[in-house]
Ligand binder design. Structure first.
Ligand code: HEC
Ligand code: HEC
Length: 313
């Protein structure tokens, strides 16, 4: 074995051990003990990435804090006891399916609360949107969660490290129907614009777990872990596509057993099925060792996954 391969192999196993040691115990009861911190992102060198892992060494913790704080220091890194802000009870009782105006009102309310410093957002440079060719520079996110008995509301306030202004996005999960229905929108000052086509490329199963691009590119790591756990405990849901933003061509379904035993359209599966259109988050979550969650893929499994990813849609 040459020294380079030896080092890569050693790093792989060290990373693996670190993750096993940091892994959350297999407890399903949310809200009990604080969750383990999110394992730091490190490529395990699967060869699945289309671009080399981005070197973010130049983007220091201080630069991150300055850049993230431009949204308003009163709005972020706030003290918290519960990671999810409780909303007042829904006005209409006995609801079976929220109306579109009600969904949009929740989105606007989340934006208003964030602006007023009434949200509890985590701030990070996200791994998935920073890596590969999506933007290929730090993508700064502030993510806040809200809920009452009928909805789970998420707000994302986002910009790249070089943008000036922040954009607002929201996901509202309507829990009054079974399965729950997820609405996506860009929340403009003038009101939310419901979206579907572009969001589905990453959000295959509703809100996505939090993955900072580096351990020190997050404000309030315990909060990120707590919101991550809230997201992971979400019910199975259906993606709402508005008429003017329909489902994109999905391509082939990912039927490799080592993924599809958890990701499939079977309602009992943990997560919804993955398709070729989701290649980007798949390449990243597998290459950075987050998927599958409990072990590393064997070389022959990586070969099979790579062949599936590289197939023309
Ligand atoms: C390139 C992939 C990608 C696309 C496309 C995308 N998102 Fe996301 N989104 C993410 C990732 C990754 C996170 C978690 C970021 C982190 O780790 O900080 C996220 C987080 C969010 C959150 C916070 C709750 C959560 O899921 O963690 C909201 C709200 C959100 N996105 C809305 C949207 C909407 C609305 C669209 C479509 C207009 C969209 N996103 C398109 C990748 C994407
Ligand atoms: C043991 C069950 C399990 C297996 C096996 C598994 N996943 Fe996941 N996956 C999850 C869970 C749970 C989440 C959401 C929570 C998280 O991201 O930590 C998830 C999230 C994801 C996401 C983000 C979209 C989503 O569903 O939220 C992608 C992409 C993904 N997995 C890809 C894969 C791929 C590719 C494989 C096979 C190499 C795989 N997973 C194997 C359980 C699994």
């Amino acid at each position: 074995m040459n020294i380079d391969r030896y080092l890569r192999c050693a790093c792989f196993w060290l990373g693996f051990l670190a993750r096993v040691c940091a892994a959350e115990p297999a407890s399903k009861s949310p809200g009990s003990s604080p969750p383990a911190l999110i394992a730091p992102a490190a490529s395990v060198g699967t060869g699945l990435l289309l671009q080399p892992p981005l070197d973010l060494a130049w983007f220091t913790h201080e630069m991150f804090v300055t850049n993230a704080s431009s949204v308003g220091t009163n709005r972020i890194h706030r003290p918290w006891t519960s990671p999810v802000v409780t909303l007042p009870a829904h006005r209409r009782s006995g609801v079976n399916g929220l109306k579109e105006e009600e969904v949009k009102a929740y989105m606007m309310d989340a934006r208003r609360r964030f602006d007023a410093g009434e949200a509890v957002p985590l701030s990070d440079a996200g791994l998935i949107s920073t890596q590969e060719d999506v933007v290929r520079r730090p993508m700064l996110n502030h993510i806040a969660a809200f809920s009452n008995a009928v909805v789970r509301v998420y707000l994302l306030v986002q910009k790249t490290s070089t943008d000036k202004g922040w954009s607002y996005f929201s996901i509202v999960q309507d829990l009054t129907v079974n399965p729950a229905v997820d609405y996506y929108a860009e929340v403009r000052q003038t009101g939310p614009k419901l979206e579907g086509t572009s969001c589905y490329k990453c959000h295959s199963s509703g809100p996505l777990a939090i993955h900072p691009a580096r351990e020190d590119l997050v404000l309030d790591a315990p909060l990120a872990a707590a919101i991550g756990r809230h997201i992971a405990s979400q019910p199975r849901s259906i993606f709402h596509f508005p008429a003017d933003s329909p489902a994109p061509e999905r391509g082939e379904v990912l039927a490799l057993k080592f993924c599809s035993r958890c990701h499939s359209s079977d309602p009992d599966a943990d997560r919804d099925a993955l398709y070729q259109v989701q290649s980007h988050p798949i390449r990243i979550l597998v290459d950075f060792g987050y998927m599958p969650p409990d072990r590393r893929l064997k070389p022959e499994e990586i070969v099979a996954l790579k062949a599936w990813l590289d197939r023309k849609q």
